[in-house]
Design a protein around this ligand. Structure first.
Ligand code: AKB
Length: 314
């Protein structure tokens, strides 16, 4: 059987950076091509500067490298999207259609595209938000994710394209920074604590949100992509749970390491976005179909974040 040749679009982003490295460990460095709108600071393997809104450039890259799978991670996130909604819609949808069309034309083996808890809005139950429920997102980012989920189902049903997707919670990582999201505080807070600086949080202290540690997020992505095709019953996007916590809870956990750590709260426009999202999600379907189980709780995640960031800021 021919080897997989993988293109990661958005490889400089928070998830892309870590996923690229992990895919290279599994498939071999030369089998995994990174791509983004600009070159990375450090190149550890084949990398293409690619504007994913340019379909011809994408087709050319796919042909030139004999690509068989795409992980499409480029998107404008929830908070940044609200600053220029039409641009966010244009970028998120244009790049998505380019990937789906290339997948159909070239007959790619598989495509991964991330959805998000931002797909849910005020009408969905906020605790243990079910897999199938109202999807009335409050942000343009969320609208683009719901549209993307529906188009993924359409391309699968109509053209047989094997598109797989997860509704990511906020992702917590030490390797890379998020950019423009509503859950970004949960990464920033660790960086400030480790540098012995106070932190001003843009969400209220009691804002409960679903989060996931990066290792779990990457493992979920790879397990979903490796699952036998007959197990993938959901062709929109799978709910994915890690651990839910509030700013107050993560602060209390950090204070076990840094008792003097100070956090102030100054909620801004991101509070309204967070208030419209689930507080926890029910990921039973992911467990049933491809065996998903998170491994990181708040205590373990905090321990690793502090350990790794302390090394970084030494
Ligand atoms: C965001 O906050 O916009 C993202 C997400 C939950 O999709 N981290």
């Amino acid at each position: 059987m021919a080897k997989d040749k993988i293109l990661v679009i958005g490889a400089n982003g928070q998830i892309g950076t870590v996923l690229l490295e992990q895919l290279r460990k599994i498939h071999g460095t030369d089998q995994v091509i990174g791509s983004d709108i600009v070159a990375p600071r450090e190149e550890n393997g084949p990398f293409v500067v690619l504007d994913a809104t340019n379909v011809l450039a994408m087709v050319e890259t796919v042909h030139r490298h004999g690509i068989t799978q795409i992980y499409h991670l480029a998107a404008v996130l929830s908070a940044k999207g609200e600053l220029d909604p039409l641009r966010a819609w244009e970028l998120n949808m244009r790049t998505l259609f380019n990937v789906f069309e290339v997948a159909r034309e070239v007959k790619l083996d598989k495509v991964f595209f991330p959805s998000s808890i931002a797909a849910f809005g005020d009408s969905a139950p906020q605790y243990d938000t079910p897999q199938a429920t109202y999807l009335d997102p409050s942000t343009v980012y969320g609208i683009s994710k719901v549209a993307g989920e529906n188009w993924a189902g359409y391309y699968h049903k109509r053209y047989g394209v094997d598109i797989r997707s997860l509704r990511y919670p906020g992702v917590i990582s030490y390797q890379s920074m998020p950019g423009g999201g509503t859950t970004d505080y949960a990464v920033e807070i660790f960086h400030e604590a480790v540098q012995h600086k106070p932190y001003t949080c843009f969400l209220r202290e009691d804002t409960l949100l679903p989060m996931i540690y990066m290792d779990d997020a990457i493992r979920a992505t790879l397990e979903l992509m490796e699952a036998p095709v007959e197990n993938i019953r959901i062709r929109s996007s799978y709910n994915l749970a890690g651990v839910s916590f509030t700013p107050a809870q993560v602060t209390a956990e950090i204070k076990r390491y840094y008792p003097d750590f100070e956090v102030q709260y100054q909620p801004d426009f991101r509070q309204m976005i967070a208030d419209s999202w689930p507080k926890s999600v029910d990921d039973t379907a992911a467990y049933q179909d491809w065996g998903w189980k998170p491994q990181f709780d708040l205590a373990r995640m905090t321990q690793v974040m502090i350990e790794k960031l302390s090394e970084k800021y030494q």
